[in-house]
Ligand binder design. Structure first.
Ligand code: ADP
Length: 631
């Protein structure tokens, strides 16, 4: 069983190693199938499906930015219109008020009076500087300019006739004359207000105030939005874009063209058409009723489309990022599922392997149990064989002893026969007392014979294996008794040195007798090889470890070879007596079986010294009192 253990532990170690390190056979295939490519194609498809979502986003952004721009430009437009009207209103009533000035009336009353004219010129110049009007001038009812604020300039209006201008005719008709036009001498744009100067119900002259409108244009500044002011003809009169100035935003009718030629409001008599791309501009218009003008703000549509494009781009990028995150999440999820599958499979593989290994171990255990049974059986066989051997050894010893035993028995038999014959004669002679004495002797002799036979039986019978407590001295006496005849014949001196108290040892009754008989017989055998004096020492001692019995003879002692091999069965050196070579082998086995030991050596003074070491037995009662067979 022990011999199998390393194999078993190796198997267990391999099993653990296999569990710990062996990758499952087909796990490689599942590992290789792990890194699957992400499903980018399906992601792209999803992106394509989601892409139309950008359209509402674009519409929303466009709506928002358009409204933002419109509301912002609406405010700008309102502001501009208010500014323009404010400028005009400032001067609207000026001609009427100025018409009441006595200095001007004096000139109208006497146009030839140069002093009055100078006075009027000076007055108008002062008022023009104070009010910010470009030019203020006074006309006679025939349209001649009598005095003007710019009387001292190169392009002075004084002496010039503007009867063709509609504002003059309007004013003469008693209305407020209004007119937009280019100055005929200055070629500067301006808005003209004209009012009649009355003397009672008679119109004695007309006072005109020209307002500079260039300023309202330059106010606009450099913004992407463009300003466009058209008059009642649809001709651009004020604009932030110089290329559009005095161009017609709509086709002019013949009538209108003729009027333009007649009153010359523009530098050209035939304004070129202006084609504006409706798709390029976002237009907001406000109409000014009192002047008949339309003020428009044109915002380039790119102001809307640009931020919309940015929003759509951001939306697209966000969608892309979301797709990407989604893709990564999907991939991670797939990896996670794959890992779970892989681990599940590895676990199942492991379980299968554990089951296999367990089955292997169980098989191994079965074999081990079988082997143990076989070994136990073999051991029993061995015990039995050893038993047989011991028995054989005993029978062998009996064989060698039979001659002396038959002699031993023959002697009393002969004596019995002789006593019996003698008793017959004594009875014939009526000597009954003597005959009785003979019969008593016969009885004693038969007792002695029975004792010899009892010793033989005790020696020959099989013993129980369990050790028991045996008295050493009686057993020794028994063994000596069996050999007493031979010892006496050889004239061997027995020197006993045994304690009086019975020595109890752990042994088997028969087995101990067998060992002692063997050792004593060997001593006698050895002494036969030597001349007298022949001596046999038997001593014993009791110490803490047990009981030691020493048997020494003064024979030739053990040869060197015998010392090495005497324990081996069938080793013998005996020539004169037939030895089987089993004696010491059996004694050694028996002693070890009893927990003792047999030591043999040569005594320093010659001869063999055998030591029997035995365990101390519990003291008991000796059932067999020693009996001297030689008596
Ligand atoms: P056997 O007596 O049949 O030879 P044993 O096993 O009893 O077998 O003895 C083995 C041998 O040991 C003997 O042949 C002898 O050589 C030697 N031997 C045993 N006892 C003695 C002794 N007392 N003195 C010398 N030699 C001995």
């Amino acid at each position: 069983m022990l011999a199998k253990r390393p194999a078993q532990t190796t198997l267990i170690r391999r099993l653990h190693a296999g569990i710990a390190t062996d990758p499952p056979g087909d796990s490689m295939t599942s590992t290789s199938s792990l890194p699957r490519r992400p499903r980018w194609r399906s992601l792209a498809l999803l992106a394509l499906i989601l892409a139309p979502l950008l359209w509402p986003l674009e519409r929303l952004a466009e709506h928002y930015y358009r409204n933002e721009l419109l509301s912002q430009n609406r405010q700008t437009l309102d502001l501009y219109v208010a500014n323009l009207l404010g400028t005009l209103h400032r001067y609207e009533t000026l001609p009427q008020i100025l018409g009441d000035l006595p200095g001007l009336r004096a000139t109208l009353a006497n146009p030839q009076d140069s002093a009055a004219q100078n006075n009027a010129n000076q007055l108008l110049m002062n008022i023009s500087q104070q009010t910010g009007a470009e030019v203020i001038y006074l006309m006679a009812p025939n349209g001649d300019t009598l005095a003007a604020s710019n009387w001292d300039k190169r392009d002075s209006f004084v002496g010039r006739n503007f009867a063709f201008r509609p504002y003059f005719s309007n004013a003469m008709a008693g209305n407020l004359g209004r007119f937009f036009g280019l100055g005929t001498t200055s070629a500067k744009r301006g808005y003209f207000f004209a009012a009649a100067v009355r003397e009672g119900n008679t119109v004695i002259g007309v006072l005109v105030v020209k307002v500079d409108l260039d300023l309202t244009e330059t106010l606009w500044g450099k913004t992407p939005e463009q300003l466009l002011v058209t008059d009642h003809n649809g001709v651009v009169i004020l604009t932030s874009n110089p290329n559009w100035r005095f161009r017609a935003t709509r086709p002019l009718s013949e009538e209108e063209k003729q009027a333009i030629v007649a009153i010359q409001p523009y530098p050209t008599r035939d304004p070129r058409p202006l084609q504006l791309d409706d798709n390029g501009w976002l237009t907001q218009t406000q109409h000014i009723d009192e002047t008949g003008w339309s003020v428009s703000i044109l915002a380039p549509k790119v102001l809307v489309s640009r931020p919309v494009r940015t929003v759509v781009a951001i939306g697209g990028a966000t969608l892309l990022v979301v797709m990407l995150l989604l893709g990564i999440m999907m991939q991670r999820r797939r990896h996670y599922l794959d890992r779970i599958n892989f681990e599940g499979k590895a676990r199942r593989d492991l379980e299968v392997r554990v089951v296999e290994r367990t089955a292997d171990l169980e098989g191994l255990n079965r074999r081990l149990r079988q082997e143990v049974l076989e070994r136990e059986h073999a051991q029993q066989e061995l015990f039995r064989a050893q038993d047989e051997l011991v028995q054989a050894g005993k029978l062998s010893a009996l064989g060698t002893m039979s001659a002396s035993i038959s002699h031993e028995l023959n002697q009393p038999l002969a004596a019995i026969r002789s006593y019996a014959e003698n008793a017959e004669v004594l009875l014939d002679h009526q000597r009954t007392d003597d005959a009785r004495g003979n019969l008593k002797l016969i009885s004693e002799l038969t007792g002695r014979m029975a004792s010899i036979i009892a010793h033989l039986r005790a020696f020959a019978r099989r013993d129980r294996h369990a050790p028991e407590s045996v008295a050493l001295q009686p057993a020794l006496d028994d063994a000596l008794a069996l050999l007493a005849k031979r010892r006496r014949a050889m004239d061997v001196e027995l020197i006993r040195d045994l304690p009086d108290a019975t020595l109890w040892v752990q042994a088997g009754e028969t087995r101990l007798r067998q060992v002692l008989g063997n050792l004593l017989a060997n001593a006698l055998d050895a002494l036969t090889e030597k001349g007298p004096p022949r001596k046999l020492w038997i001593s014993a001692e009791h110490n803490a470890e047990g009981v030691n019995l020493y048997i020494r003879d003064n024979g030739p002692g053990f040869s060197r070879e015998a010392l090495e091999h005497a324990r081996e069965p069938f080793f013998t050196t005996k020539t004169r007596t037939q030895g089987l070579g089993l004696g010491l082998a059996i004694c050694d086995t028996l002693m070890r079986a009893l927990g003792g030991e047999l030591l043999f050596a040569n005594h320093p003074e010659g001869g063999a010294l055998l030591t029997l070491r035995m365990r101390t037995g519990a003291s008991g009662v000796s059932l067999q009192p020693p009996e001297d067979l030689s008596a």
